[in-house]
Design a protein around this ligand. Structure first.
Ligand code: NAP
Length: 310
């Protein structure tokens, strides 16, 4: 017996179950916490699993993240050693994320919030927009998602730079590598977009020191993880005029508490972690392909490098 287990305690799983059964009608599909015999579990599809879950399955051959990020999986101190971890790489995820990033950047350049507030007051108050040709966007992380956003922002006429770990040229995008080039990257960035994975190196990377190296009045977009951002440092930087504002999709604690100062802040736009939601219809073919590979003893696609953390 080889069973496929869904472990997504924070989500409704009915749509996933239906599509997985449609893709493979003879599948032995189980949904946590109704695990059955733990020895039969060979493949786990997961999002925000309770830590310690996977160590119970001695024959587990693959842990598949339901999203692009794997930080919650890797932060489990009881992860079974040697079980491959995979993540989602799909053009629909990149397309959705790019739409959000383009929206956030254009809302900033076109003063969308200012005009929404004037509209509510019935006040006619022209303000000159910032034009793409004069704006420099710096993207932290030029991976699957960051590189797609970089290309499309470039098409709109923005000057785009990126920061990554490895030296990989990208046409028309000035690329900065590693900590030695971090400050030079920040100095050339007017709109900072964070698309990094959450790792030991990147946790709290959006902090006071980072903001100090941006040109005064720079704008922040965070679509990666809440733990990248030191929230008090953002509030201080906006109060000091070092940053002009921020658009945030992710938060240290989600949902954002009712009392959180970000909600009412006039310079901060809040969205509830919706920049790029995984679309089951688009990604189930990839997941089922990996399930079949695992059953056949072959290597799964889009494996995460656990030492690197992404
Ligand atoms: P990815 O393909 O793994 O790309 C990660 C990028 O970050 C790579 O370019 C990598 O550099 C760079 N990087 C990693 N660690 C670094 C470091 N210490 N210093 C400099 N650069 C570093 O990841 P992805 O698929 O683009 O996804 C990025 C993140 O987006 C996910 O991890 C997730 O947290 C977030 N996300 C959010 C949502 C949402 O709805 N808000 C949805 C999906 C994903 P190299 O290229 O040199 O390796």
């Amino acid at each position: 017996m080889a069973a496929f287990l869904i472990v997504m305690p924070t989500m409704k799983t009915a749509a996933w179950e239906k599509r997985i059964r449609a893709a493979q009608p003879d599948i032995d599909l189980r949904v946590w916490p109704e695990v059955g015999d733990p020895e039969e579990i060979v493949f786990a599809l997961t999002w925000r699993h309770p830590h310690g879950t996977f160590k119970r399955f001695p024959n587990l051959k693959c842990i598949a993240s339901m999203g692009a990020g794997v930080d919650n999986i890797l932060s489990d101190p009881d992860l079974p050693a040697g079980v491959p971890i995979t993540r989602i790489v799909d053009s629909s995820l990149a397309q959705s994320m790019t739409e959000y990033v383009v929206m956030a950047v254009l809302n900033y350049c076109r003063n969308a919030r200012f005009f929404r507030d004037r509209e509510a007051e019935g006040v006619w108050k022209p303000v000159i927009p910032k034009l793409a040709a004069n704006e420099k966007v710096g993207i932290l992380g030029l991976g699957q998602l960051g590189s797609d956003a970089a290309r499309k922002l470039q098409t709109l006429g923005f000057t785009v730079a990126g920061w990554r770990r490895s030296q990989q040229p990208m046409a028309g995008v000035e690329t900065f590598c590693g900590l030695s080039q971090f400050q030079a990257f920040l100095a050339a960035t007017r709109i900072l977009v964070n698309m990094l994975p959450l790792t030991a190196e990147t946790r709290n990377i959006l902090n006071r020191d980072t903001f100090t190296h941006l040109p005064p009045g720079a704008y922040l977009v965070n679509v990666a993880r809440g733990e990248h951002l030191v929230e008090e440092d953002l509030l201080e930087a906006i109060a000091a005029g070092q940053l002009s504002g921020a658009c945030l999709d992710v938060f240290r604690t989600e949902p954002l508490s009712q009392e959180h100062p970000f909600w009412a802040h006039p310079g901060i736009t809040v969205t509830p972690h919706i920049a790029s939601l995984t679309n089951p219809a688009a990604v189930i073919p990839h997941i089922m392909e990996n399930y079949r590979r695992v059953l056949a003893g072959r290597e799964a696609a889009h494996k995460v490098d656990c030492d690197r953390g992404y």
